[in-house]
Design a protein around this ligand. Structure first.
Ligand code: MN
Length: 206
């Protein structure tokens, strides 16, 4: 069931990029590297990676701006972004979260920390996807249940029900079409008495 997750690393320092790539490739991830924000956004749109590791200090556009642009596109908005940077001031960390990052790793990176944070955010992303899928299913189910709610026009004599197209349906057919209910057929005592009077007389029941 384990599909290979693709990680995108955006980092202008090629030495750091190589260290991170080697580390994460050794964990079984498919790793793609980019040395700038603009190329990184293109790669993200192209590859739809499962997670992005993003440097902050870069020459053309910085990590904050890169992250904001990633959050702007529908196709990349949901991809978790972890900032990886030498900046460690509180205001930089706050800015990273404000730009849309889910986590923050301070350089020099410690291998077990990188691995743990990447794993955690991939799991979290899976949980969110699973939750969204369940919400869709539940909404669908609720919609069907709601069909048997509200005002149902019924003939007070023959008990047929008028559907939304104006046709009068047998009560049974209507409920069968609008619910998961099934019928077991029987005859109630009152109707039995009318339908089979002899039977009742014979047994002294009436
Ligand atoms: Mn940098």
């Amino acid at each position: 069931m384990t599909k290979t997750n693709t990680l995108l690393i955006i980092e202008d320092n090629t030495v750091n990029l190589r260290i991170m790539s080697t580390l994460l490739s050794s964990q079984g991830y498919h790793v793609v590297g980019c040395t700038g924000g603009v190329a990184g956004i293109d790669a993200a749109l192209d590859l739809a990676p499962d997670l992005i590791l993003l440097d902050i200090v870069m020459p053309e556009i910085d990590g904050f701006e890169t992250c904001r642009r990633l959050k702007f596109h529908d196709a990349t908005r949901e991809i978790p972004v972890i900032f990886v940077t030498a900046l460690s001031a509180t205001e930089d960390i706050v800015r990273a979260y404000e730009a849309g990052g889910v986590d923050y790793i301070v350089k020099p990176v410690r291998r077990p920390e990188v691995i743990a944070r990447v794993q955690t955010h991939l799991k979290l992303r899976d949980a969110v996807r699973e939750r969204d899928k369940l919400i869709v299913e539940l909404t669908d189910t609720l919609k069907r249940i709601k069909q048997l709610r509200g005002l149902i026009p019924i003939c007070s004599h023959c008990k047929k029900i008028r559907d939304d197209k104006g046709y009068w349906n047998q009560l049974e057919a209507y409920i069968r079409d609008h619910s998961e209910a099934e019928f077991s057929h029987g005859i109630c005592p009152e109707c039995a008495r009318i339908l089979y009077p002899e039977l009742y007389k014979k047994n002294g029941l009436s």
